[in-house]
Design a protein around this ligand. Sequence first.
Ligand code: AMP
Ligand code: ZN
Length: 112
Amino acid sequence: MDCIFCEIIKGNIPSEKVYEDEFITAFNDLNPQMPVHVLIVPKKHIVSAYELAEEDAELVGKAFLASKIIADKLGVNNGYRIINNCGEDAGQTVKHIHFHMLAGKTMGDKII
Ligand code: AMP
Ligand code: ZN
């Protein structure tokens, strides 16, 4: 299996970690789209949101709970956006589930 995020989780590829616990790791996106652009990544290799199993439900909650800690740590608890691209049509490029956490300026445009 050739997964860049699994390699980051194992420490084989460097990243700027902003948070880590038993289940979740979070690091700065290599190509930030906002002043704060963190990827919140469950350590378990799950391809996408569509591939989630019943047993993974708690893990998704843990990713969102991690966002609260990160928001406090990075001083962006005034507001942030969490985005998940799931699958080809949504433009998912890394096939290991992750949540983009975007913050650091007022966001005007909303998709929905
Ligand atoms: P997505 O298009 O939703 O699959 O998002 C993948 C994200 O991973 C993109 O925003 C990339 O910039 C980011 N990315 C790819 N490789 C790395 C890396 N080695 N370290 C940090 N972020 C990465
Ligand atoms: Zn992986």
